[in-house]
Design a protein around this ligand. Sequence first.
Ligand SMILES: NC(=O)CC[C@H](N)C(=O)O
Length: 257
Amino acid sequence: MTELPLIGEAVAVAASPRLAGAKIGVVTFPGTLDDRDAARAVRLAGGTPVPLWHADTALGDVDAVIIPGGFSYGDYLRAGAIARFAPLMSKVIDAANSDAKLPVLGICNGFQILTESHLLPGSMIKNDHLKFMCRDQVLRVENSNTDWTLDYAEGQEITVPLKNQDGQYIADEKTLDALEAEGRVVFRYVGFNPNGSRRDIAGISNAAGNVVGLMPHPEHAVELGFGPESLDGIGGTDTDGLGFFTSVLNKIVGANK
Ligand SMILES: NC(=O)CC[C@H](N)C(=O)O
């Protein structure tokens, strides 16, 4: 049997006291599933995760916020529709829109919450095939200029897990054209569109590039031995998702390319 590399070995390189000073809030709602993995990804990238609870009324001194995946409030009404009214979300919305432009990343259910919050345009509806889908997915990084993609190259293809039932991104043609024209389509599905998303869109940003949302899960591809390559052998690497977390950490400490 092949010996698996040591847990965390992938990112030993990122560990630095400067990065460790950067605090990334990770929000938990009732029904959130991936908060622990998001916090672990922040730690593996060298930063310090700070747990935030949906009912909190302040963000504290975090330098960025991740809204993780799962089924906040059971996806009742519509995925993300109730979470959008959580006390903490009004603070996230204000901070994202403020002059400080707090970096915010929404992953899967987090992306759904960001569209429901109107931090990002468009909506997420049921996958076109009406089934839950779980697979490793190839994405192309279309914009490496957002707070969360600075450590990727434009056009780079990455493989990260995808798992959802409401993953079909829709918006009217005018909005889609504007997103394309402004470089706000940040990720596109490659090879296979898993949910019928318009124009193969997997993730988008706001105009300033501090708010990014995507359906696939980069926090599940941050560690040697536990990513798409080791578990499914489909290519990419086990750590293709790590760049999201190093990007924002380096941005916070002013060390990006
Ligand atoms: N993995 C997830 O975050 C699931 C997201 C969402 N609630 C859906 O199934 O569409």
